[in-house]
Write a protein that binds this ligand. Structure first.
Ligand SMILES: Nc1ccn([C@@H]2O[C@H](COP(=O)(O)OP(=O)(O)OP(=O)(O)O)[C@@H](O)[C@H]2O)c(=O)n1
Ligand SMILES: O=P(O)(O)OC[C@@H](O)[C@@H](O)[C@@H](O)CO
Length: 451
């Protein structure tokens, strides 16, 4: 059982909350969280989590177990760990992986600087893996670094979009009822086939629900259930709530969960998960300019066109010169998209300054940061060839900063004297920038695009 790297520093912010909630929902969630935090704070509940991650992902149909499949070049399991790490009152996170994947898991913990993680060896079935995780938490383990919690959360490692409020709800419910689990409406009707492969009967969909994760239990309840569990249940069971009912007569409280709780099972689920992550880290763009009047004017024009191109996206602008203060705050506020505006110049000094600031921050550890180095050039005044040589340096810079998960590309925008033609160039440029930010295609890193 290994803990995460001791003392590894971690960015103060753990990346955006990839929650499905927005606006009013978020306010409700925040007020629930503060109320529950007050409650948890008053009687500090010892809460730990067990993340079964020892499967082979057969239904995903790829050689890599799905929990290690990449989303934006980061393993799926790292997103789930990040989601749980954001919850300050979960004191230990036990990840259950196969022996052969132990080193892979350790490298993920190291690279993404996950904390509060202990690793335990998986079993041949999900229930056996979960049982191994619980054993690691029980006090009756030799040289155990973990202490037995009052409440244990069980959450599949392949359900990355779990929010604090559903965790609070199931933990609070488990404290009262002994067990609790998230549920969702059924999408398809459940039917029961007869022996000859025909319909025997169907269940009334409105009266049934899909059992999801997270689930939470009084530790003693679920640990006792697993200890009493038959080999058949350990081998073929899929429902922890049922074990609590069958072996400990504990009826779990069912808690409505959000649509994002779904389990990544098939390849399409991985594409869906990546789309959600891309959408969530494309919510803000920062246009960086210097204080020269010409730059500020064009940056403002570009900012306005970007706002119309990227609706629902917050577009801010910042001068690079006093970067020590305002830009750092924008970085801390989790902006992952930067447009560095250069007017009538193809040198890359401003862009390089921005890249250095980004490299010094932890911002790109968890998510790729997109930087577009924009160069407005009046092709009539300055033949592109004279400037292209400078701009081609972008390829080298991009290769270097890609190692720090900063995805740099260049964009040449025509800067004609004619106002109407300038507007058209700006619109073209904004369309390209919007696509670079939303699609986050690593294949375009180091490219010089022309609007
Ligand atoms: N022996 C096992 C089997 C599964 N799991 C974990 O339980 C979770 C949910 O199980 P499932 O979606 O079935 O994952 P797999 O078993 O990997 O998928 P498949 O059935 O397609 O092989 C996953 O995080 C999986 O890694 C586990 O810890 N140990
Ligand atoms: O059965 P699988 O191993 O695919 O996945 C486990 C799921 O069944 C489980 O996570 C929820 O149904 C809640 O128990």
């Amino acid at each position: 059982m290994e803990a995460g790297p001791p003392g590894s520093s971690r960015p103060t912010e753990l990346g955006p909350c990839l929650s499905g909630q927005r606006g009013a929902d978020q306010a409700a969630s925040a007020s629930l969280q503060s109320a529950a935090r007050a409650q948890l704070g008053r009687h500090p509940l010892a809460v730990a989590a067990v993340l079964p991650a020892g499967g082979c992902g057969e239904r995903m149909g790829v050689p890599t177990p799905k929990q290690f499949c990449p989303i934006l070049e980061r393993p799926l399991i790292s997103y789930t760990l990040q989601a749980l790490e954001r919850v300050f009152w979960i004191k230990d996170i036990v990840v259950v992986v196969t022996g052969e994947n132990m080193e892979v898991m350790k490298s993920i913990i190291q690279k993404y600087q996950h904390k509060r993680i202990s690793l335990v060896e998986a079993g041949v079935t999900r229930h056996r893996s979960i049982f191994n995780g619980l054993k690691a938490l029980a006090e009756d383990q030799l040289n155990c670094k973990l202490s037995k919690p009052e409440i244990v959360i069980i959450h599949d490692a392949v359900r990355p979009f779990v929010e604090e409020d559903i965790l609070l709800k199931v933990v609070t419910a488990a404290k009262e009822h002994g067990a609790a689990g998230a549920i969702r409406p059924l999408v398809s009707t459940v039917i029961s086939p007869s022996a000859d492969g025909c319909l025997d009967h169907s269940l009334e969909r409105a009266r049934h629900r899909a059992s999801e994760m997270p689930q939470a239990f009084l530790f003693d309840v679920i640990y006792e259930a697993y200890q009493q569990c038959s080999d058949y249940d350990l081998e073929f069971g899929t429902e922890c709530l049922q074990l609590a009912l069958k072996y400990c007569c504990t009826k779990a409280k069912l808690v409505e969960g959000s649509p994002d709780l779904w389990k990544v099972t098939y390849k399409r689920d991985l594409y869906a998960a990546e789309s959600i992550v891309k959408e969530r880290i494309s919510q803000e763009v920062c246009v960086i300019t210097d204080t020269k009047e010409d730059n500020k004017h064009v940056s403002h024009l570009l900012e306005e066109v970007l706002k119309s191109e990227l609706n629902h996206v917050k577009v801010t602008s910042e001068a690079l010169c006093h970067a020590g203060r305002d830009l750092q705050q924008i970085i801390l506020d989790q902006c992952y998209n930067f447009v560095c505006v250069n007017v009538m110049t193809s040198d890359l000094q401003e862009t390089q300054k921005l890249l250095s600031i980004l490299e010094e921050s932890h911002l790109s550890i968890l998510y790729p940061v997109v930087v577009v180095s924009v160069h407005f050039l009046d092709f009539k005044l300055v033949p592109p060839s004279q400037k292209m040589e400078n701009l081609m340096q972008i390829r080298e810079f991009a290769k270097e900063v890609k190692k720090r998960n900063i995805w740099l590309c260049g964009l040449l925008i025509s800067y004609p004297q004619d106002e109407q033609k300038l507007q058209e160039s700006l619109r073209q440029g904004a369309i390209i920038i919007a696509s670079l930010i939303k699609e986050r295609n690593s294949g375009l890193v180091g490219q010089l695009l022309i609007a």
